[in-house]
Design a binder for this molecule. Structure first.
Ligand code: AHG
Ligand code: MN
Ligand code: MN
Length: 319
């Protein structure tokens, strides 16, 4: 669809125009995410300076109190999403319970998000991100967050890397936009993203190898024999972003200590699975498609394997 270089806002509106019944609500919802994450991106750029600029009374140049970056990101997401009036309910990694914003009483959507993913990488200037997952409001209770991933109406992430990118899908292809910092616009740079059928890399925290089940150990051993290379950043957004572009496998499996792995279903595994599957890849718990898992709680964890379809099929053959 979109022309290279097209501004994200125009892209969102043109996508909406294809549906005669669209009310513009999803467009406004996506725009709220865009605004919040542009501000987060600008704070991320100054992360190393936050303490220096904020030293005098802990107030920065904008006159705001200096906060830890994940706290700031969480507040920024909540403020913009709640203020948009499009969201009936919000769930965040950083909040124990869902919140139901006053202005969202007529909102048609609910959103789960990880405001800052990969926070252990902040201090070392390595890529971090934001992840979001949008479903329709159905009952108007917290139960609405327990809808399967295949029912997502939109999912995406923003990666704060050497450039800032937003990648999202409304179920109609996956598109990537790069922030042009000079003009403050996300411009279409990666239209219709598709994973290669097979990749050459595997991405997993191999220090957990002793606790993995035998089948997984055999699979990873076999990749080494086949000449695959290892790449692990330790920020899911960045590791999945590479996998989306170059293919291969990204995994955070269960191990003997963590029976459900580490990653959270609602705002990590499910939105990433939605993107990967809409880009031609596969995402599984090892037993079932991630998008078919029925959530039972806001912060539940799930084992995750995602990537190129041929690679995930090989893996499934070993488990
Ligand atoms: P978060 O920073 O939102 O808590 O998420 C961290 C996650 C994810 O980004 C990454 O894939 C994983 O933690 C890395 O875990 P290990 O350090 O155990 O490899
Ligand atoms: Mn995370
Ligand atoms: Mn996080």
């Amino acid at each position: 669809m979109g022309q290279l270089g097209m501004d994200l806002n125009r892209f969102i509106l043109e996508e909406e125009r294809r549906y005669s019944y669209a009310t513009g609500s999803l467009s406004l919802a996506l725009t709220a995410i865009e605004s919040a994450t542009k501000i987060i991106a600008s704070h991320v750029r100054m992360a190393g300076l936050a303490n220096i600029l904020g030293k005098a009374g802990k107030v920065n140049v904008q006159g705001e109190e200096v906060q830890k970056l994940d706290e700031m990101s969480n507040n920024m997401m909540i403020r913009h999403l709640a203020d948009s009036g499009q969201f009936y309910a919000l769930a965040s990694e950083e909040l124990d319970d869902a919140i139901f914003p006053e202005k969202g009483r007529d909102g048609k959507y609910i959103i789960a998000f990880d405001p800052l993913d990969g926070s252990s990488n902040i201090d070392v200037n390595v890529n971090i991100g934001t992840i979001f997952s949008i479903h329709k409001k159905v009952s108007g209770t917290v139960e609405d967050f327990f809808q399967e991933g295949y029912k997502q109406v939109a999912a995406g992430y923003i990666v704060y890397g050497s450039s800032t990118m937003m990648v999202y899908s409304t179920g109609n292809g996956v598109n990537g936009f790069t922030l042009d910092p000079a003009v403050g616009l996300f411009l279409l740079s990666h239209p219709n993203m598709r994973l290669p059928e097979r990749g050459k890399t595997y991405s997993i925290n191999e220090s957990n190898y002793p606790g993995w089940e035998d089948g997984l150990r055999r699979y990873i051993d076999s990749l080494k024999q086949k000449g695959y290379t290892a790449r692990y950043i330790g920020s899911m957004v960045a590791d999945v972003h590479r996998t989306l572009i170059k293919g291969g496998v990204f995994a955070y499996p269960a191990d003997s200590k963590n029976k459900s792995g580490k990653l959270r279903l609602l705002y990590e595994a499910s939105p990433m699975a939605f993107l990967i599957e809409h880009a031609g890849g596969k995402a599984t718990t090892g037993k079932e498609d991630i998008l078919k898992v029925k959530p039972e709680s806001l912060h539940q964890r799930v084992p995750l394997f995602l990537g190129s379809s041929a690679d995930i099929e090989d893996l499934m053959g070993c488990l």
